[in-house]
Design a protein around this ligand. Structure first.
Ligand SMILES: [Zn+2]
Ligand SMILES: [Zn+2]
Ligand SMILES: [Zn+2]
Length: 327
């Protein structure tokens, strides 16, 4: 059973998805549903002996193309709508034990091509208004399957975080005649840069909410992954590899994070004033301490960062190493 229920207080949709209670929780490695199906072995989500990068529809989706009829009546106070959308799983590698950080820059580039292709395909679906590509990595952020993978949620509306950024960028463009994120990029070059190349910059923003919150921004003003040139695709793969590897070197652990790609909506409107970027929210404060969302963050929406972005950026910057292409 699933449906979208409207919160009139915040003006936001909430998805109920009760079937998700039954989903697989941390199965032993021999029973990973995301591994290739071994000859004579139990069938996994991918009925093949191997794959390179695989994408399939989530079996326990919060949103689906032909959703159930809502079980409650829609009212003026509480609008209800079917939870129509698409939820996909993106498998980064057939190797159960790897992570994106450990993968070659060649594979990361291949993954960018897959993201780009899914963004384009899902954007064409008429009921899809926003395609959100993300990754939850590590048990610290609630991951139930360890196999290296990311997800794509294609929503029937523009989600609130994006809506807020779009409003800020639109208003800034109207008053300043410039892109807000292009101006942010200019303000970030210097002591908050983690790594950069000719086409992309990675930085811990001035306004970071998490100690190691890192944003990756293309230097050229563009709105989505599908606007990247061939060269930019390679430069993004290099920077992702560098940032993710630096994360892992920080505490000598496979670093947990949430990755969120912020692209323009897919509703056919004009978003020339917006600027594509990727945000990472790692929950670690130190090697042993997690940042929890407590009263001020959860109840009031004000984050308290007990570190300085300038210092954390310097820490990460020291751990960035050059990337070598094999092919
Ligand atoms: Zn696996
Ligand atoms: Zn811009
Ligand atoms: Zn953003």
């Amino acid at each position: 059973m699933s449906e979208l229920r409207f919160n009139p207080l915040l003006g936001e949709w909430v998805a109920t998805a009760t079937q998700r209670q039954d989903r697989t929780f941390l199965p032993p490695p021999d029973f990973c549903p995301l591994c290739p199906t071994k000859k004579g072995g139990f069938p996994t989500e991918v009925p093949r002996e191997s794959y390179d990068i695989a994408v399939f529809e989530n079996r326990f989706p919060s949103l689906k193309p032909d959703p159930d009829v809502p079980v409650v009546q829609s009212t003026q106070l509480y609008p209800v709508r079917p939870s129509q959308g698409v939820c996909e799983v993106v498998l980064y590698s057939p190797d159960h034990t790897t992570t994106l950080a450990q993968e070659s820059v060649e594979r990361i580039r291949k993954l960018i091509k897959v993201w780009r292709h899914r963004f384009e395909q899902l954007s064409r679906v008429d009921f899809i208004k926003y395609v959100f590509i993300f990754e939850n990595k590590g048990e610290a952020v609630g991951v139930t399957l360890h196999h290296p993978h990311g997800q794509i949620y294609a929503y029937p509306f523009v989600p609130p975080v994006i809506e807020k950024e779009l409003t800020r960028c639109r208003e800034y463009f109207q008053t300043e005649k410039r892109c807000l994120l292009c101006d942010i990029l200019n303000a970030e070059t210097g002591k908050r840069i983690v790594a950069e190349n000719e086409d992309f910059a990675a930085y811990i923003p001035f306004f970071a909410r998490y100690p190691y919150e890192t944003h990756i921004l293309p230097k050229r003003h563009l709105q989505a992954l599908c606007d990247l040139t061939v060269r930019e695709e390679k430069r993004l793969a290099e920077l992702l590899k560098q940032v993710l590897s630096a994360f892992d070197r920080l505490f000598g652990i496979s670093f947990p994070y949430i990755m969120a790609q912020h692209a323009r909506p897919s509703d056919g409107e004009n978003y020339d004033y917006y600027h594509f970027h990727i945000e990472f929210y790692p929950p670690m404060r130190t090697a042993a301490k997690l940042k929890y969302l407590a009263g001020s963050e959860s109840g009031a929406g004000m984050f308290i960062n007990d570190t300085l972005p300038e210092e954390k950026a310097a820490e990460l910057r020291k751990l960035v190493e050059p990337v070598v292409w094999k092919t």
